[in-house]
Design a protein around this ligand. Structure first.
Ligand code: SF4
Length: 334
């Protein structure tokens, strides 16, 4: 690979993103976690707010979990932020608040896998550790003409060791960022800009007019669909939310929802449990698409009397906007 040309291209052309203008490990870590499954444009305002509010890992470790969840509301994949908070506390407790600079220490922290550890080691400490994400997989698959299915871990491992051999002959902090930037801006999934690419001279896919063929990715299973009846429940002058315990969106708040055929199933079930439903009215339906599932949510307004369920939380209407909530529920207007 023409690494020198790639690095020169990066120095000249990269976007001046706030988290690319620093090598501070805390900034790199926060940005890499936020960028998982999330577009740069969506991350930028969150990142800026985060750094202002929690300028160091020590401040982050002191954050209240519910407040922090609210801070990241809208970014999705909330487990990563639970892990971020856990990792911050470990860094303060076990490393006196100094960000670890050894790969073996980083990889032990919650939410830090091989990719994030590689990104921190290479970008912050300029050490040759491969950081192979979806963008880099695409660039290398095309450049090398890799025919293997990149959904399979064993094939990604082979690519990772090739990436490792490249970074060992590069300036690690530039190489990692150059590959990320190339994947994001030039070697895009659709319509890559090969004529602007510093790797085009030896790129297998480009030279063989097979750019669309790579990376080879086997088809994912169809998304699972769920039909929910979702309730805006009023009890006296308050509204009801519940805190999710399910692994998807764990810890986020939501309006109670039930996977049943009709509202009358819920009314009957409530009545059996001593909760009297004095009013219900259909509002509207939403469809929310996650990575692996789809929620069809049919929203009803409900007034209950006598008692409430144990896991329900009573809140004033104004307070609801302060609770961390997934977008699927935040878009419900009461
Ligand atoms: S030449 Fe085109 S396909 Fe090859 S790495 Fe560059 S942008 Fe990607």
């Amino acid at each position: 690979m023409d690494i020198k040309r790639l690095e020169a291209w990066y120095e000249k052309n990269h976007r001046k993103l706030i988290f690319r203008e620093t090598n501070h490990p805390y900034y790199i870590w926060v940005s890499e976690i936020m960028l998982q499954q999330t577009q740069v444009e969506a991350v930028l305002p969150y990142f800026e707010r985060h750094i202002k509010k929690y300028p160091t890992v020590k401040e982050l470790a002191l954050a209240d979990e519910v407040v922090f969840q609210k801070d990241v509301e809208g970014l999705g994949y909330y487990r990563r932020f639970k892990n971020m908070l856990k990792a911050a506390k470990i860094i303060v407790d076990e490393y006196q608040g100094v960000f670890p600079n050894q790969y073996n220490d980083l990889i032990k922290l919650p939410g830090i896998g091989k990719y994030t550890a590689g990104a921190i080691m290479s970008i912050s400490y300029n050490l040759p550790y491969s950081a192979l994400d979806g963008n880099v997989i695409r660039v290398l698959s095309r450049y090398l003409g890799k025919e293997e299915d990149m959904r399979l871990e064993k094939n990604r491992k082979v690519l990772d060791s090739i990436n490792q051999s490249f970074i060992e002959n590069a300036t690690p902090k530039i190489y990692t960022q150059a590959m990320m930037e190339l994947g994001a801006k030039v070697c895009r999934p659709k319509n890559p800009k090969c004529e602007e690419c510093p790797l085009s001279e030896h790129c297998f896919a480009y030279l063989n007019d097979q750019v669309e063929k790579f990376p080879v990715l086997s088809k994912l299973k169809d998304k699972k669909e769920f039909n929910y009846i979702t309730l805006i429940i009023q009890y006296e002058d308050k509204y009801i939310l519940r805190k999710r315990t399910e692994s998807l969106l764990e810890g986020m708040y939501e309006y109670p929802q039930y996977e049943v055929e009709s509202i009358s199933n819920i009314v009957n079930d409530f009545e059996d449990q001593g909760i009297h439903v004095s009013y219900y009215q259909y509002q509207k339906s939403y469809r929310h698409i996650f990575t692996h599932q789809v929620w069809n949510m049919h929203i009803y307004k409900v007034i209950v009397k006598d008692k409430i369920m144990e896991d329900w939380i009573l809140l004033d209407k104004e307070k609801i906007s302060e609770m961390p909530m997934a977008i699927a529920h935040r878009k419900i207007k009461i």
